[in-house]
Write a protein that binds this ligand. Structure first.
Ligand code: SF4
Length: 279
């Protein structure tokens, strides 16, 4: 019996490719072909809810671009020309995106621009221009670098989105949740850079930490921070823990209930930006 993919089965090792993996994604609303540039499980952040096993701090190892291209062509062929969708997904599932979404921060890879170019070429080769979106799932920390701007800028004529992680605005909270020291000024600069090169959607993981929901003060700071971007952001995605964290943390973290997440969403909806919650 072939393995069925679902939004709860996100094991990237099922199909044994190194860089490319198919996954059914709730937020993408269908099949996503993932591009993992962080095969050594290294990230510059260490979010307490991160699902990457054996995550370590650092940068990606060198990428074999020839293999990455071969794997991408193989998987596009399986999905577009063969019966992969019928065999491995629920009826009606469609290919929605090719997403840079690895076991770490994709834009930290030296080969990020070259990998984006390979994806762009295959979108044209498989004639997917009007069918598929190219997504970058990022913590945003390299977006104001000129190399990242140039890399993503190659896609200016294609459907593209940047999914930009902002879990907390206050530095004490981002230290606790993302385990990084980042100033509000840096997040602002990275967010402006993202909006300059791409439609941008904010991704926010909302957690209950040590039995406490996010404070009203934290929610208000989040709203104030995003207010100037009401006309330039495409949406906000709110979600909570979908699967158990793979990180060791001294904090006790829990998934919000549907009602709890809805109540956070109701507050954020005072912004004139579409807010979608996923539970
Ligand atoms: S930024 Fe993403 S990959 Fe990096 S630690 Fe956070 S959740 Fe994990």
């Amino acid at each position: 019996m072939p393995t069925k993919l679902s939004a709860v089965n996100h094991d990237r090792r099922i199909f044994k490719s190194k860089y490319i993996y198919p996954v059914v994604s709730r937020r993408a609303d269908g099949l996503s072909i993932g591009v993992n540039l962080n095969t050594n499980n290294a990230c510059n952040w260490q979010c307490i809810y991160c699902e990457v096993p054996n995550l370590k701090r650092g940068k990606p190892e060198p990428i074999d671009l020839t293999l990455l291209k071969e794997e991408l062509i193989y998987w596009l062929n399986q999905v577009i020309n063969k019966d992969f969708l019928d065999k491995h997904t629920e009826p009606g599932t469609l290919l929605r995106d090719i997403a840079f979404s690895g076991n770490g921060e994709p834009t930290a890879a030296k080969e990020f621009g070259a990998a984006v170019k390979i994806v762009m070429e295959q979108i044209h080769s498989f004639q997917l221009e009007s069918k598929v979106t190219i997504r970058l799932i990022t913590n945003g920390s390299y977006l104001d670098h000129s190399s990242t701007q140039k890399a993503w800028g190659q896609l200016e004529n294609l459907n593209r989105e940047i999914w930009f992680k902002i879990d907390a605005i206050d530095s004490i909270e981002s230290k606790r949740i993302n385990q990084i020291n980042i100033s509000k000024k840096s997040v602002l600069s990275n967010l402006k850079s993202s909006i300059k090169i791409s439609p941008t959607i904010i991704q926010t993981c909302v957690l209950k930490i040590n039995n406490e929901l996010p404070s009203m003060q934290a929610i208000n700071h989040y709203i104030e921070f995003l207010k100037p971007f009401e006309n330039s952001l495409k949406a906000i995605h709110l979600y909570s823990l979908a699967r158990p964290t793979e990180q060791q943390t001294s904090n006790f973290i829990e998934r919000l209930s549907y009602d709890e997440l809805q109540s956070v969403a109701e507050n954020i909806k005072q912004l004139n930006i579409p807010v979608l919650s996923f539970i």
